[in-house]
Design a protein around this ligand. Structure first.
Ligand code: CP
Length: 323
């Protein structure tokens, strides 16, 4: 027992940024899962007392912001935050760099959601350069950057799969919906490269995964196929990971109108799914899963949302080296 906690205390995440899921290993995931499971079972200790977490959300959020906030409070930390740039000096033209330079003076950890791809990496570089000037390093957690990545969502997704199925290896995982603009999907695909899974990418041609991600899958020898119809694959998938069409990321609303409502998982279609399938969704949903699915025992999207707290509590504790 002592050895395990020494291992955890020397965890690889201490002091690091969490910008891309590609920066993590299976061992990192296992360590986070282990702590999250323990927190879920045994409760939260005040190990982040005297810490201040900055939640900088330039884009709308319900789950990510509130679960980071709740997790921080359960661990005894204080949070300072903005939700939307209204009321901040971003409205006066302040750059992301200057905001990060400033907020890094006030907090121990920054959680950033931003509409631009790469914003979290940029913010992490700003706090690293600040450290080189003699300040303490303030780690940055990516809470979603544009259409790029959403790594903490993926960690809680994998945790939920493990809770439900007892494993991730050997599963057939169908990822359905907006694979082009969906950042949760991108991080999930990167993470699944560390596991032995069969992946089915279900999307209309216009919303299939970006070329650079398909290239990544090929390089990693991932087993995948592309399909356009949910009906064709519903009976073979162990995991049906459904996503919202990301209306806000389409450069042209006409293009959005061509694909909106293209998938709708309802109770009738679900009758063709495996009896032990898991229906997942990062949420928010619009109409891609009908509410008559919510009461089905295979629906686990609200479990995913609930797991945001222990997973984010574990991540913050590890990064701040307080466990
Ligand atoms: N899954 C997710 O990122 O949800 P929010 O946009 O509500 O944070």
């Amino acid at each position: 027992m002592i050895c395990r906690w020494v291992f955890i205390a020397e965890g690889r995440l201490k002091g690091r940024d969490l910008v891309s899921i590609k920066d993590l290993t299976r061992e990192d995931f296992e360590q986070i899962f282990h702590i999250a499971e323990k927190m879920k079972k045994e409760g939260y200790s005040k190990n982040l007392k005297d810490k201040i977490i900055g939640l900088l959300f330039y884009e709308p959020s319900t789950r990510t912001r509130l679960s980071f906030d709740a997790a921080a409070r359960l661990l005894g930390a204080e949070t300072i935050w903005f939700a939307g740039v209204e009321g901040t000096s971003v409205m006066k033209g302040e750059t992301l760099k200057d905001t990060i330079e400033t907020v890094a003076n006030y907090v121990d950890l920054i959680v950033l959601r931003h509409p631009c791809d790469g914003a979290a990496r940029w913010a992490a570089d700003v706090t690293t350069n600040r450290m080189k000037r003699g300040h303490k390093k303030v780690p940055v957690i990516n809470a979603g950057d544009g259409k790029n990545e959403h790594p903490t969502q993926t960690i809680l997704d994998l945790f939920t799969i493990k809770e439900r199925k007892g494993r991730i290896d050997g599963l057939c995982i169908a990822i359905i919906g907006d694979l082009k603009y969906g950042r949760t999907v991108h991080s999930l695909i990167y993470a699944l490269s560390l596991y032995d899974c069969d992946i089915i990418l279900v999307a209309p041609e216009a919303l299939q995964i970006p070329e650079h991600i398909e290239e990544f899958m090929k390089r990693k020898n991932m087993r995948y196929e592309k399909r356009s119809k949910l009906e064709e694959i519903i009976s073979i998938a162990d995991i049906l990971y459904v996503t919202r069409i990301q209306k806000e990321r389409f450069p042209d609303e006409n293009e959005y109108n061509k694909v909106k409502g293209i998938f709708r998982l309802n109770k009738e279609l679900l009758s063709k799914a495996k009896s032990d399938a898991c229906i997942m969704h990062p949420l928010p949903r619009v109409d891609e899963i009908s509410t008559d699915v919510d009461s089905d025992y295979r629906a686990c999207y609200f479990e995913q949302a609930a797991n945001g707290i222990p997973i984010r509590a574990a991540i913050m504790s590890l990064i701040l080296g307080m466990i």
